[in-house]
Design a protein around this ligand. Sequence first.
Ligand SMILES: *Cc1c(COP(=O)(O)O)cnc(C)c1O
Length: 373
Amino acid sequence: MKVKVPLIDVNAQNLPLASRFGEKFQGILNSGNFVLGAEVESLEEEVASLCGARFGIGLSSGTDALLVALMVAGVGPGDEVICPAFTFFATAGSVERLGATPVFADVLADSFNIDPKSLEAKITPRTAAIIPVHLFGQSADMQELRQIASEHHLTIIEDVAQAIGARFLDHGCGSMGDLGAFSFYPTKNLGGLGDGGMLTTDDEGLAQRVRGIRNHGMAEDYRHTMVGGNFRLDALQAGMLRIKLGQLEDYISARRANAARYSKELGGIDGLGLPLEGEGCFHTWNQFTLRIADQRRDALRAAFGVAGIGNEVYYPFTLDQQPCFRDLPEHALDGISVAHELAAECVSIPVFPEMTVAQQDAVIGVITEFFQN
Ligand SMILES: *Cc1c(COP(=O)(O)O)cnc(C)c1O
């Protein structure tokens, strides 16, 4: 019998919580408070405490969290911001939207995360900030990056969209830079029932500015000291996220168990690169991403397709290859090679917490059979 395996199954995670969602919905409906308010404040405290930061500020999405972080860091025209070439588009899009210049650094083959040496080589007198991304659920090398940033007086904005709950040398992701940007998009490890995001910081001044910009830069007396926008989080979304936050530790444990089983069952296959948990890292496995050598990636994907196994290429193009960034200065685009190899060889497979043993067996079966031929 063929066992179908989706890449992720949000219903398997959300539907068991339906009655708790329903109660929460009724409570918020009765309260009549739908934007910011007590639910959002509680979620802010809970997420900040989870990652070890002093403040959390709920926002409309992960993309907006990145945008607002750059705004409060004062990034604008003339500034350069360095981020990895291998990440989701929003990381760099936010920089460009503020009229600043995204500059792309190469990544490391063993972690998929930004290469500190490549980053350092891209620093110019115009560099204002860096955005390390904790890709696929694993922290970038924050020790190296903090050292480089402090030497060059750069703001660090951590992109924690894929890595809530991840740790590096026992520090929570989102607590190691100046600001941490989180996403609660439904497929993230803490996935909401819609869009949502958050910034974390230890700096009270930055936290206050984020709260201001979230609401049009408005002070209490309707005076606007700065121009912000509507980047607010809804009470309903925060309420649902708080229910799921109570399960996050279990979700992450299940992802880690699935990843460990893949590593055990798929180890030692020629031509198959398995993702690794780096020294000092606590990986949260938002994605389990294989590297397929010898240009056989698309053939493996075809085999997955026949077997009904969900998979996706994160990411088929690097940021320096995106048409919209074609006209960036040369130093923003050059020196990228590992990221190009990854884009050609990567494929992410199901690792979601609710996958059954039979489902994982099906994935393992397709891969082992593929490499026997
Ligand atoms: C999902 C994601 C974002 C954007 O978050 P949204 O909530 O979808 O706006 C930013 N960066 C990375 C690395 C992401 O994976």
